[in-house]
Design a protein around this ligand. Structure first.
Ligand SMILES: NC(=O)c1ccc[n+]([C@@H]2O[C@H](COP(=O)([O-])OP(=O)(O)OC[C@H]3O[C@@H](n4cnc5c(N)ncnc54)[C@H](OP(=O)(O)O)[C@@H]3O)[C@@H](O)[C@H]2O)c1
Length: 268
């Protein structure tokens, strides 16, 4: 992949993206600029050949792909700084800021028609296992291809309509926390049955990973894989039915909907 990349807001996600772009997409470190205000936090990038700067405008001017990795409340300020050097023909803007719409970004650019892509990755981006949902501003769908190439190197991607971006935030980004809680609960169950905490957690983690990989590999439905483990009158179906009597599936679905309602109230 050939791109000159400016990552504005080189924090957790920004640095994970830089690592993926260089190691997995073959982007030369010489073509990457990392920008943030506190440079001491990214000094260690210098020896890799990456440019580091506090100057967002210079970073954007040197790039054709500008990734905005700042917190949502910083987006307007950063766009105000770089707008002057952005051109419709050269630049693609990719924003990972939660809840900031392509329309809001376009408004910050004073309507300048620079292609904007929104990306919603999750924390597994740091280990190249993110689920990243992508959408583009209207009429700029061509910009999705280079953005997809970048995030494909950091896990899996799905192109979605922008109206589903909040739902993607709940399912994929908050979703990490939901699955963590299941793994924690399974670990606690294992401890009660006699395992020490480390062994119980190791079993829970690998079992969760195996279950997810079965679905991915077999392209099967969860119920089919459940049928394969549940012997009639056996212990698995007894446990599973008890979990459902206690409200497992409704609790998960209600939790997902509650997160979604909350996200709708945070940013309209
Ligand atoms: N982490 C995730 O997995 C994840 C998932 C989905 C979406 N997101 C979104 O991704 C964005 C970044 O998340 P993060 O976890 O990487 O946050 P983070 O670690 O706080 O990174 C944000 C970075 O932006 C820099 N920054 C702030 N103001 C700036 C400015 N005016 N110019 C240049 N740099 C500036 C900060 O460094 P200085 O203070 O040194 O400038 C900081 O390092 C957020 O909008 C978040 O909603 C994150």
């Amino acid at each position: 992949m050939h791109a000159q990349l400016a990552i504005i807001g080189a924090g957790n996600l920004g640095q994970a993206l830089a690592k993926g772009a260089i190691e997995k997409c073959g982007i030369s470190p010489a073509d990457v600029v990392l920008a943030r205000r506190n440079l001491s936090k990214i000094e260690h990038w210098r020896h890799t050949g990456v440019t580091i700067t506090q100057n967002n405008r210079q970073a954007a001017a040197a790039a054709n792909m500008v990734i905005l990795c700042v917190q949502p409340k910083q987006i307007a300020t950063v766009l105000g700084e770089i707008n002057e050097v952005l051109t419709e023909s050269r630049h693609i803007l990719i924003s990972v800021a939660t809840g900031v719409t392509t329309g809001e970004i376009a408004a910050c650019l004073g309507g300048k028609p620079v292609p904007v892509v929104r990306a919603m990755p999750n924390t597994a981006v740091a280990i190249g296992q993110s689920m990243t949902c992508l959408c583009a501003s209207q009429g700029h769908e061509h910009a999705l291809l280079p953005a997809k190439q970048l995030f494909d190197a950091l896990g899996q991607t799905l192109i979605i309509e922008e109206r589903l971006m909040k739902a993607a935030t709940v399912l994929a980004a908050s979703g990490v926390a939901f699955f963590m809680r299941y793994i924690r609960a399974a670990t606690q169950g294992g401890i009660q049955l006699g395992f020490d905490a480390d062994d119980a957690q190791a079993i829970a983690i690998q079992t969760a990973k195996g279950a997810a990989t079965l679905l991915q590999t077999n392209k099967s439905h969860p119920e089919l894989e459940i049928d394969r483990v549940t012997t009639p009158e056996g212990c698995t179906i007894a446990g599973l039915n008890e979990m459902e009597h206690q409200g497992l599936s409704p609790a998960l679905i209600k939790g997902i909907i509650t997160s979604y309602e909350k996200i709708n109230n945070i940013r309209q």
